[in-house]
Each structure stands twice: as structure tokens, then as C-alpha cells.
Design a protein around this ligand. Structure first.
Ligand code: APR
Length: 234
């Protein structure tokens, strides 16, 4: 049966006020992304990085989803079981927009993880306390549930399965990602139909792999994307 796979990055949340990673301005003028998002830096400076993610989690409390998040939630309701939502984002804007199911490839800020037993639990917008204990094994190595550079990303198994599943009757819709981390052009070549929405063409992506390219803010592209998805699925 025809189905759609959404794959988003920081750009989909930009208009909600969350800084993207590679655009200038905002958060990353203050922090070096490799200093706060890498496994090596975490080993060197655990306290600083826990504090960084505590601040990001607190920031999320007041951030609201935008029409691009709502568009995916509406399509999931309209076409049950036929709209898969994958995101690289660790924010909770899809959940706030009412998406029924979202796979967070790089984890979720609103969850904590035990390094000893692997247990993951919801913590909302509160800080992770340095003395915090795992509710499952009572261990004391509790951390943010965010995948950093040079760490494993267990949720990628869902991504690879979804990309393989595109082959015959799938549409891939990529919104707001630079393709630095994921080879989105290779993914697009697997799909009979594909849409790319970014602000601008990027040298990191072979954009010709996409059937449709929309270079504009995600909120203005959203109604066009929704129309194309409805036509494909309808
Ligand atoms: N609408 C659509 N696209 C936008 C918008 C917008 N309003 N604003 C920015 N973009 C696009 C930019 O054109 C850029 O291509 O979003 C992309 C953001 O790229 P990155 O900042 O590199 O973010 P992302 O691709 O999600 O990063 C991937 O890298 O640091 C890691 O783990 C982190 O998940 C992250 C991963």
C-alpha cells in the first residue's frame, strides 16, 4: 500500500524558535557544537554537558509547534498507519502538535537514560540532578537521552527499515536537514516519489535525487507538501 515517510531535521523547528545546528546565529554562536554534542567532550566534562542539556530542556517548556509539525500530525490522523514520522530532532514539538507516533533518531530531551541498565524514562522539562538515581536499577549514572557524535544511534534500525520499505510504493519527504549526518540523497533514490524542503540548495546534498524541491520556510511549504501527500495517498 502507498505510504509516506517523513524525515526531518532542525529546520522544521526553526520557525518555532529553536536554533538549527549549521545556520549562523542563535545558540551555536555561544556553544561549539562538538564541545557539547560529542561523546569525547562528555567524558571530559560531564557536568558542563549535563548542564547544557538541562538548559535546552528547560527552554523547550515554552516552545510551540508550527504549521509544519501540525501538518504531519493531521496527515497521520487522516491516513492511519500510512504516515511514518522520523526525526533527527530531540525536541517534543511533534508530540505537542499531536503526532501519534514519532521515531526520534537522536533521542529525546524530555527523557533520561541510565548508563548502567539502559532504562529510559520521561522527565519532562526538569533538570537531571547530578545525584539522580535510576528508577529501575537504582544506579547513579543517569544522563540525557540524546545521541551525541561518536555514539551509537539504536533507532537507526527503524530508519534503515523505513528506507528499504520505500522501494515500491513509498514517498519520502525530507524537511529541514542539511544532510551532514544522514545521506538523504541516497535515501531519495530508493523512493519512487520524494520531496525536499530546505531554505536553500546545499553542496552537501545531491538535490537532483529528489523529484520535488521546495526552497522556502517549512511553514510556507507545509500546505504544498500536504497537498502532494494527499494526492499520493488518496
Ligand atoms: N524551513 C525549512 N528548512 C529550514 C528552515 C526553515 N524555516 N530553517 C533552516 N532550514 C534548513 C537549512 O536549510 C538546513 O539545511 O534546515 C537545515 C538545518 O540543518 P542542520 O542545522 O545541519 O540540522 P540537521 O540536519 O537537523 O542536523 C543533523 O546534526 O548536530 C547533529 O545530532 C544533530 O540531529 C542533528 C544532526
Amino acid at each position: 500500500m502507498r505510504h509516506v515517510v517523513f524525515l526531518s531535521g532542525a529546520g522544521i523547528s526553526a520557525e518555532s524558535g529553536i536554533s538549527t545546528f549549521r545556520d549562523s546565529g542563535g545558540l551555536w554562536d555561544t556553544y561549539d557544537v562538538m564541545e557539547v554534542c560529542s561523546a569525547g567532550a562528555f567524558q571530559r566534562n560531564r557536568h558542563f554537558i549535563m548542564d547544557f542539556y538541562n538548559k535546552r530542556r528547560k527552554d523547550l517548556a515554552t516552545v510551540q509547534p508550527n504549521p509544519a509539525h501540525f501538518m504531519i500530525a493531521a496527515l497521520q490522523r487522516e491516513f492511519p498507519g500510512r504516515v511514518l514520522n522520523l526525526t533527527q530532532n530531540v525536541d517534543d514539538l511533534f508530540e505537542k502538535a499531536g503526532c501519534q507516533h514519532t521515531i526520534h533518531l537522536h533521542g529525546e530531551l524530555t527523557k533520561a537514560r541510565c548508563e548502567r541498565c539502559g532504562f529510559v524514562w520521561h522527565i519532562g522539562y526538569r533538570d537531571i540532578d547530578p545525584e539522580e538515581r535510576c528508577p529501575s536499577c537504582k544506579g547513579s549514572s543517569v544522563r540525557h537521552h540524546v545521541v551525541m557524535f561518536h555514539e551509537e544511534a539504536p533507532e537507526y534500525e527503524h530508519l534503515y527499515a523505513a528506507i528499504e520499505g520505500l522501494a515500491h510504493d513509498g514517498m519520502l519527504v525530507v524537511i529541514g536537514t542539511s544532510g551532514f549526518v544522514l545521506p538523504i540523497d541516497e535515501f531519495a533514490r530508493m523512493a519512487p516519489h520524494s520531496i525536499l524542503n530546505n531554505l536553500e540548495p546545499l553542496p552537501t546534498i545531491d538535490e537532483s535525487a529528489f523529484k520535488v524541491r521546495l526552497y522556502e520556510p517549512a511553514t510556507s511549504a507545509a500546505p504544498k507538501i500536504a497537498a502532494m501527500v494527499r494526492e499520493y495517498l488518496g
